[in-house]
Design a protein around this ligand. Sequence first.
Ligand code: PSU
Ligand code: MN
Length: 318
Amino acid sequence: MTTHVPGARRPVPLVYTDEVATALAAGDPVVALESNVITHGLPYPDNAATARKVEQAVRAGGAVPATFGVDGGRILVGMADTDIERFAATAGIPKVSSRDLPVVLAAGTPGATTVASSLVAAELAGIPFFASAGIGGVHRGAETSMDISSDLIQFTRSKVAVVCAGAKKILDLGLTLEFLETHCVPVISYGFDDFPAFYCRSSGLRAPHRLDDETLIARAVETHWALGNGGAVLVTSPTTEEDAIDGDEIEAAIAQALRSAARGGVRGGAVTKDVMRAVDRATEGRSAAANAAVLVHTAEVGGRLAAAHSEYRRQENR
Ligand code: PSU
Ligand code: MN
Protein backbone atom coordinates (compact mmCIF):
# COMPACT_ATOMS: atom_id res chain seq x y z
CA MET A 1 0.00 0.00 0.00
CA THR A 2 1.43 3.39 -0.97
CA THR A 3 0.53 6.58 0.85
CA HIS A 4 1.68 10.13 0.39
CA VAL A 5 2.55 12.12 3.46
CA PRO A 6 -0.34 14.55 3.94
CA GLY A 7 0.43 18.24 3.76
CA ALA A 8 3.82 17.74 2.15
CA ARG A 9 4.37 20.19 -0.70
CA ARG A 10 6.38 17.58 -2.57
CA PRO A 11 4.95 14.30 -1.29
CA VAL A 12 7.22 11.59 0.05
CA PRO A 13 5.76 8.23 -0.91
CA LEU A 14 5.63 5.68 1.87
CA VAL A 15 5.08 2.05 0.91
CA TYR A 16 3.46 0.14 3.78
CA THR A 17 3.27 -3.63 3.95
CA ASP A 18 -0.35 -4.73 4.42
CA GLU A 19 0.42 -6.01 7.90
CA VAL A 20 1.90 -2.70 9.09
CA ALA A 21 -0.89 -0.63 7.50
CA THR A 22 -3.55 -2.80 9.16
CA ALA A 23 -1.87 -2.61 12.57
CA LEU A 24 -1.48 1.17 12.42
CA ALA A 25 -5.08 1.70 11.31
CA ALA A 26 -6.25 -0.35 14.30
CA GLY A 27 -3.94 1.41 16.77
CA ASP A 28 -2.11 -1.86 17.36
CA PRO A 29 1.55 -1.73 18.42
CA VAL A 30 4.21 -1.42 15.72
CA VAL A 31 7.98 -1.18 16.22
CA ALA A 32 10.06 0.59 13.58
CA LEU A 33 13.50 -0.92 12.85
CA GLU A 34 16.54 0.39 10.97
CA SER A 35 18.15 -1.43 8.03
CA ASN A 36 21.72 -0.11 8.30
CA VAL A 37 22.31 -2.91 10.76
CA ILE A 38 21.39 -5.37 7.96
CA THR A 39 23.61 -3.86 5.27
CA HIS A 40 26.53 -2.68 7.42
CA GLY A 41 26.31 -4.57 10.70
CA LEU A 42 27.05 -8.20 9.83
CA PRO A 43 28.24 -10.19 6.81
CA TYR A 44 25.79 -12.10 4.57
CA PRO A 45 23.98 -14.45 5.31
CA ASP A 46 24.22 -13.81 9.08
CA ASN A 47 22.73 -10.36 8.53
CA ALA A 48 19.59 -11.78 6.87
CA ALA A 49 19.17 -14.42 9.59
CA THR A 50 19.62 -11.79 12.32
CA ALA A 51 17.17 -9.36 10.67
CA ARG A 52 14.55 -12.13 10.67
CA LYS A 53 15.29 -13.00 14.32
CA VAL A 54 14.92 -9.32 15.23
CA GLU A 55 11.51 -9.18 13.52
CA GLN A 56 10.46 -12.38 15.36
CA ALA A 57 11.59 -10.82 18.64
CA VAL A 58 9.37 -7.78 18.06
CA ARG A 59 6.46 -10.18 17.48
CA ALA A 60 7.36 -12.15 20.62
CA GLY A 61 7.16 -8.84 22.50
CA GLY A 62 3.62 -8.33 21.17
CA ALA A 63 4.06 -5.87 18.28
CA VAL A 64 4.35 -5.81 14.49
CA PRO A 65 7.86 -5.09 13.08
CA ALA A 66 8.34 -2.42 10.42
CA THR A 67 11.87 -2.51 9.00
CA PHE A 68 12.58 0.63 6.97
CA GLY A 69 14.45 0.89 3.72
CA VAL A 70 14.74 3.36 0.86
CA ASP A 71 14.23 2.25 -2.72
CA GLY A 72 13.01 3.70 -6.01
CA GLY A 73 12.38 7.13 -4.48
CA ARG A 74 10.12 5.64 -1.81
CA ILE A 75 10.41 4.77 1.86
CA LEU A 76 9.55 1.16 2.63
CA VAL A 77 7.54 1.00 5.84
CA GLY A 78 8.03 -2.66 6.60
CA MET A 79 10.02 -5.04 4.43
CA ALA A 80 8.74 -8.23 2.87
CA ASP A 81 11.03 -11.21 3.36
CA THR A 82 12.28 -10.78 -0.23
CA ASP A 83 13.27 -7.17 0.58
CA ILE A 84 15.21 -8.29 3.66
CA GLU A 85 16.99 -10.91 1.55
CA ARG A 86 17.79 -8.35 -1.17
CA PHE A 87 19.11 -5.72 1.25
CA ALA A 88 21.18 -8.35 3.07
CA ALA A 89 22.66 -9.91 -0.07
CA THR A 90 23.33 -6.80 -2.18
CA ALA A 91 26.76 -5.30 -1.68
CA GLY A 92 27.18 -1.55 -1.68
CA ILE A 93 23.76 -0.35 -0.49
CA PRO A 94 24.77 2.90 1.20
CA LYS A 95 24.14 3.93 4.78
CA VAL A 96 21.56 6.72 4.66
CA SER A 97 21.35 9.12 7.58
CA SER A 98 18.77 11.94 7.73
CA ARG A 99 21.05 14.32 5.84
CA ASP A 100 21.36 11.79 2.98
CA LEU A 101 17.67 10.94 2.76
CA PRO A 102 16.55 13.74 0.39
CA VAL A 103 19.37 13.01 -2.05
CA VAL A 104 18.86 9.25 -2.13
CA LEU A 105 15.06 9.62 -2.43
CA ALA A 106 15.50 12.10 -5.30
CA ALA A 107 17.98 9.86 -7.10
CA GLY A 108 15.74 6.83 -6.64
CA THR A 109 18.60 4.57 -5.55
CA PRO A 110 18.45 2.05 -2.68
CA GLY A 111 19.61 2.96 0.82
CA ALA A 112 19.72 1.52 4.33
CA THR A 113 18.38 3.67 7.15
CA THR A 114 20.35 4.58 10.26
CA VAL A 115 18.71 5.41 13.58
CA ALA A 116 18.44 9.07 12.51
CA SER A 117 16.75 8.49 9.14
CA SER A 118 14.56 5.75 10.65
CA LEU A 119 13.21 8.33 13.10
CA VAL A 120 12.35 10.67 10.22
CA ALA A 121 10.54 7.78 8.53
CA ALA A 122 8.82 6.60 11.73
CA GLU A 123 7.33 10.01 12.40
CA LEU A 124 6.12 10.37 8.79
CA ALA A 125 4.65 6.87 8.94
CA GLY A 126 2.89 7.47 12.28
CA ILE A 127 4.87 4.87 14.24
CA PRO A 128 5.65 6.09 17.78
CA PHE A 129 8.13 3.33 18.73
CA PHE A 130 11.51 2.47 17.29
CA ALA A 131 14.05 -0.11 18.48
CA SER A 132 17.75 -0.41 17.78
CA ALA A 133 20.42 -2.18 19.81
CA GLY A 134 22.91 0.68 19.64
CA ILE A 135 22.45 4.35 18.87
CA GLY A 136 25.16 6.60 17.49
CA GLY A 137 26.69 9.11 19.88
CA VAL A 138 29.54 11.46 20.62
CA HIS A 139 32.77 9.87 19.42
CA ARG A 140 35.90 9.70 21.52
CA GLY A 141 38.03 12.70 20.58
CA ALA A 142 34.97 14.64 19.33
CA GLU A 143 36.43 17.76 20.96
CA THR A 144 38.79 17.92 17.98
CA SER A 145 37.10 15.77 15.29
CA MET A 146 33.58 17.15 15.97
CA ASP A 147 32.30 13.66 15.15
CA ILE A 148 28.88 13.55 16.77
CA SER A 149 26.29 11.18 15.31
CA SER A 150 23.27 12.75 13.62
CA ASP A 151 21.24 10.24 15.63
CA LEU A 152 21.58 12.59 18.62
CA ILE A 153 20.47 15.64 16.64
CA GLN A 154 17.52 13.72 15.23
CA PHE A 155 16.40 12.86 18.80
CA THR A 156 15.71 16.57 19.25
CA ARG A 157 13.47 16.60 16.16
CA SER A 158 11.47 13.39 15.87
CA LYS A 159 8.55 12.51 18.14
CA VAL A 160 9.41 8.83 18.53
CA ALA A 161 10.27 6.68 21.55
CA VAL A 162 13.64 5.00 21.00
CA VAL A 163 14.33 1.67 22.72
CA CYS A 164 17.98 0.64 22.78
CA ALA A 165 20.78 -0.93 24.85
CA GLY A 166 22.60 2.40 24.98
CA ALA A 167 25.55 2.66 22.64
CA LYS A 168 28.83 0.89 22.04
CA LYS A 169 31.87 1.71 24.11
CA ILE A 170 33.70 2.75 20.95
CA LEU A 171 31.96 6.09 21.68
CA ASP A 172 32.45 8.50 24.56
CA LEU A 173 29.34 7.51 26.51
CA GLY A 174 29.86 10.19 29.18
CA LEU A 175 29.82 12.91 26.53
CA THR A 176 26.90 11.20 24.78
CA LEU A 177 24.84 11.47 27.99
CA GLU A 178 25.95 15.09 28.45
CA PHE A 179 24.79 15.89 24.94
CA LEU A 180 21.38 14.27 25.53
CA GLU A 181 21.04 16.15 28.81
CA THR A 182 21.87 19.51 27.21
CA HIS A 183 19.42 18.90 24.38
CA CYS A 184 16.55 18.04 26.72
CA VAL A 185 16.22 14.39 25.63
CA PRO A 186 14.76 12.28 28.45
CA VAL A 187 16.75 9.10 29.09
CA ILE A 188 14.91 6.38 31.01
CA SER A 189 16.63 3.20 32.07
CA TYR A 190 14.11 0.36 32.19
CA GLY A 191 14.63 -1.86 35.23
CA PHE A 192 18.32 -1.08 35.65
CA ASP A 193 20.39 1.65 37.33
CA ASP A 194 23.02 2.34 34.68
CA PHE A 195 23.14 3.49 31.10
CA PRO A 196 23.98 0.27 29.22
CA ALA A 197 26.76 -0.09 26.65
CA PHE A 198 25.37 -2.37 23.93
CA TYR A 199 26.74 -5.87 24.62
CA CYS A 200 28.23 -4.66 27.90
CA ARG A 201 25.50 -4.41 30.53
CA SER A 202 26.81 -1.24 32.08
CA SER A 203 28.70 1.77 30.77
CA GLY A 204 29.73 2.51 34.35
CA LEU A 205 27.53 5.61 34.16
CA ARG A 206 24.30 6.09 36.08
CA ALA A 207 21.22 6.60 33.94
CA PRO A 208 19.42 9.91 34.55
CA HIS A 209 16.14 8.11 35.37
CA ARG A 210 15.00 4.60 36.15
CA LEU A 211 11.46 3.23 35.71
CA ASP A 212 10.55 -0.42 36.24
CA ASP A 213 7.01 -0.42 34.92
CA GLU A 214 6.04 -0.55 31.23
CA THR A 215 2.84 1.47 31.69
CA LEU A 216 4.75 4.17 33.57
CA ILE A 217 7.23 4.34 30.68
CA ALA A 218 4.30 4.75 28.26
CA ARG A 219 2.96 7.54 30.46
CA ALA A 220 6.35 9.28 30.62
CA VAL A 221 6.62 9.15 26.80
CA GLU A 222 3.12 10.59 26.32
CA THR A 223 3.74 13.20 29.01
CA HIS A 224 6.93 14.37 27.27
CA TRP A 225 4.88 15.03 24.16
CA ALA A 226 1.95 16.50 26.13
CA LEU A 227 4.44 19.04 27.53
CA GLY A 228 4.90 20.31 23.98
CA ASN A 229 8.21 18.64 23.22
CA GLY A 230 8.68 17.51 19.64
CA GLY A 231 11.57 15.15 20.19
CA ALA A 232 12.42 11.61 21.18
CA VAL A 233 12.43 9.81 24.52
CA LEU A 234 15.25 7.31 24.97
CA VAL A 235 14.43 4.10 26.84
CA THR A 236 17.36 1.80 27.57
CA SER A 237 17.47 -1.87 28.51
CA PRO A 238 20.71 -3.80 29.04
CA THR A 239 21.40 -7.12 27.36
CA THR A 240 20.99 -10.22 29.55
CA GLU A 241 23.76 -11.28 31.93
CA GLU A 242 24.34 -14.53 30.02
CA ASP A 243 24.85 -12.69 26.74
CA ALA A 244 26.89 -9.76 28.05
CA ILE A 245 30.58 -9.09 27.43
CA ASP A 246 32.76 -7.66 30.18
CA GLY A 247 33.57 -4.02 29.39
CA ASP A 248 37.20 -4.13 30.49
CA GLU A 249 37.77 -7.15 28.26
CA ILE A 250 37.12 -5.17 25.07
CA GLU A 251 38.65 -1.83 26.08
CA ALA A 252 42.07 -2.77 24.67
CA ALA A 253 40.50 -3.89 21.38
CA ILE A 254 38.59 -0.60 21.12
CA ALA A 255 41.64 1.54 21.82
CA GLN A 256 43.60 -0.39 19.20
CA ALA A 257 40.78 -0.13 16.61
CA LEU A 258 40.47 3.63 17.17
CA ARG A 259 44.22 4.12 16.74
CA SER A 260 44.35 2.17 13.52
CA ALA A 261 41.26 3.97 12.14
CA ALA A 262 42.93 7.32 12.86
CA ARG A 263 46.20 6.17 11.27
CA GLY A 264 44.28 4.89 8.23
CA GLY A 265 42.57 8.27 7.82
CA VAL A 266 39.05 6.81 8.34
CA ARG A 267 36.63 9.72 8.71
CA GLY A 268 32.98 10.75 8.87
CA GLY A 269 30.28 8.16 8.41
CA ALA A 270 32.83 5.38 7.89
CA VAL A 271 34.24 5.56 11.45
CA THR A 272 31.43 3.72 13.26
CA LYS A 273 31.47 0.72 10.94
CA ASP A 274 35.26 0.52 10.69
CA VAL A 275 35.81 0.51 14.44
CA MET A 276 32.93 -1.89 15.14
CA ARG A 277 34.27 -4.37 12.60
CA ALA A 278 37.81 -4.14 14.03
CA VAL A 279 36.54 -4.79 17.56
CA ASP A 280 34.52 -7.76 16.28
CA ARG A 281 37.64 -9.20 14.66
CA ALA A 282 39.73 -8.65 17.79
CA THR A 283 37.22 -10.40 20.03
CA GLU A 284 36.60 -13.12 17.46
CA GLY A 285 33.28 -14.95 17.66
CA ARG A 286 32.45 -13.60 21.11
CA SER A 287 31.32 -10.17 20.11
CA ALA A 288 29.45 -11.44 17.04
CA ALA A 289 27.27 -13.71 19.20
CA ALA A 290 26.79 -11.01 21.86
CA ASN A 291 25.97 -8.59 19.06
CA ALA A 292 23.14 -10.74 17.72
CA ALA A 293 21.83 -11.34 21.26
CA VAL A 294 21.55 -7.65 22.10
CA LEU A 295 19.78 -6.93 18.80
CA VAL A 296 17.19 -9.57 19.60
CA HIS A 297 16.88 -8.44 23.22
CA THR A 298 16.18 -4.78 22.39
CA ALA A 299 13.69 -5.77 19.69
CA GLU A 300 11.76 -7.89 22.16
CA VAL A 301 11.75 -5.15 24.81
CA GLY A 302 10.74 -2.67 22.09
CA GLY A 303 7.79 -4.91 21.21
CA ARG A 304 6.68 -5.10 24.84
CA LEU A 305 7.00 -1.37 25.43
CA ALA A 306 5.17 -0.54 22.19
CA ALA A 307 2.38 -2.91 23.24
CA ALA A 308 2.14 -1.23 26.65
CA HIS A 309 2.13 2.18 24.96
CA SER A 310 -0.63 1.23 22.53
CA GLU A 311 -2.71 -0.10 25.44
CA TYR A 312 -2.02 3.08 27.43
CA ARG A 313 -3.26 5.27 24.55
CA ARG A 314 -6.37 3.10 24.26
CA GLN A 315 -7.17 3.55 27.96
CA GLU A 316 -6.55 7.29 27.82
CA ASN A 317 -8.79 7.76 24.78
CA ARG A 318 -11.72 5.78 26.13
N1 PSU B 1 26.11 2.07 16.91
C1 PSU B 1 26.08 0.76 17.16
N2 PSU B 1 25.68 -0.07 16.19
C2 PSU B 1 25.28 0.39 14.97
C3 PSU B 1 25.30 1.77 14.72
C4 PSU B 1 25.71 2.56 15.71
O1 PSU B 1 26.44 0.33 18.26
O2 PSU B 1 24.92 -0.39 14.09
C5 PSU B 1 24.82 2.28 13.38
C6 PSU B 1 23.35 2.71 13.47
O3 PSU B 1 22.74 2.53 12.21
C7 PSU B 1 23.47 4.17 13.80
C8 PSU B 1 24.67 4.56 12.96
O4 PSU B 1 22.32 4.92 13.48
O5 PSU B 1 25.55 3.44 13.03
C9 PSU B 1 25.35 5.81 13.46
O6 PSU B 1 26.37 6.15 12.55
P1 PSU B 1 27.15 7.54 12.72
O7 PSU B 1 27.96 7.40 13.99
O8 PSU B 1 28.00 7.64 11.50
O9 PSU B 1 26.10 8.61 12.82
MN1 MN C 1 29.91 10.51 12.45
